[in-house]
Design a protein around this ligand. Sequence first.
Ligand SMILES: Cc1ncc(COP(=O)(O)O)c(C=O)c1O
Length: 429
Amino acid sequence: MISTKSAAMYDRACKVIPGGVNSATRRLVRPMAWDWAEGAYVRDVDGNTYLDYHAAFGPIVLGHNHPLVNRAAADAMQGVDMVGVGVLESEIRLAEKVVEHVPSADMVLTFSTGSEATYMAVRLARGVTGRPKLIKFQGTFHGWHDYLLMNVITPAEKIGKKDPGCAGQLAEAIDNTIVCRFNDLDSVEQAIEANRGEIAAIFLEAIPHNIGCVLPTRAFVQGLRDLCDAHGIILVFDEVITGFRHAVGGYQSKIGIKPDVTTMAKAMAKGYPCAVVAGRRDLMMQFNTAPGGRVFVGGTYNGHPVGAAAALATIGLLEDGTVHERLFGLGEMASKGLQEIADRLGIKMQVGAYGSIFTPYFMDGRIERYEDLLANDTAKDIAFRQGMVDRGIFMLPMPLKRNHISAAHTRADVERTLDVAETVLKTLV
Ligand SMILES: Cc1ncc(COP(=O)(O)O)c(C=O)c1O
């Protein structure tokens, strides 16, 4: 693939943007710059077109540049743009939609990004319980703020230890976040026992999609629910990825277990900035947007009309369930197809999959948590992805990253993907 223009743009970017990109996980070994996206396809500035499975890390659930969502976003600026005091019709309608669909949502606050939403959920849990500590799980990601940026892609030698994600993170933030093993209720019980009366919240990425696609057992999630009830701990489902992508009611509507608080973003507004914190009325009323609430909420762009309009249009297109039905069908076709090819070629690979998300892992053995993924053959993983990219199928060339199918993908797209995958996998035998 020719990439001279991408390289030139990247050089230009590097002069004024640290590292040439605006988010750390956007930096690629072979720099790429883009100038067009539509439906299931993206094109770089050199004119190479790719079938997109990256989906901008998840939001693109309906395909790129969906005309109805774009129209709704553009129309939002026609009547009232921003006043920044009081409330707009679109903010109320969005909150009503979330309450209608998401089982645990009695009330809703709207922000712009997932990190803001998880940060606010942390603050709410601490404010309500008066307790300092949080539990998260090895391999989960909840955004860029100090409180939860720990132990995501942890090297083997640091498993079981604190693995902060950033220089300058306050020691107090690191000390107050306890990392447990996913799908291991004993590790959670022990942490609660060792920190009696100090745990404010358990944060669960219900499916840890930040390490691909590792499924929780129902017993594990129910066990967390029971432990939280028994110990007065707030259970937070971080559905920033799973919300609206797997069902309009989120993963909680699939597994049938309700958290106290939910965070959602990404797919809910199909690429426009919009995120929510939703939860039990008695908890949500502790935010100081309500009279007497003591948990501060602010944000110039909270409930922004463009994000809210895009979210309403997206939800409108998702709510009858037919899109999800199609996404699940295509997801199954992709994951089963890949698995069949790898098995036939005798390649050690297993596909983690749920709905429209699938991730090939180059390893044998059970996959129940991040620690198991240390057996993944990273070199093969990257070689496979880069081989796909080189042949026009964009799968983020970084290990363990998930692939997303959008409503714009077709069966023919998936068939072509499998053909290309077979060619690439043959080079890895
Ligand atoms: C599960 C989860 N929570 C929170 C976030 C943070 O969202 P944002 O990047 O919109 O701040 C992410 C981002 O990838 C995420 O995957």
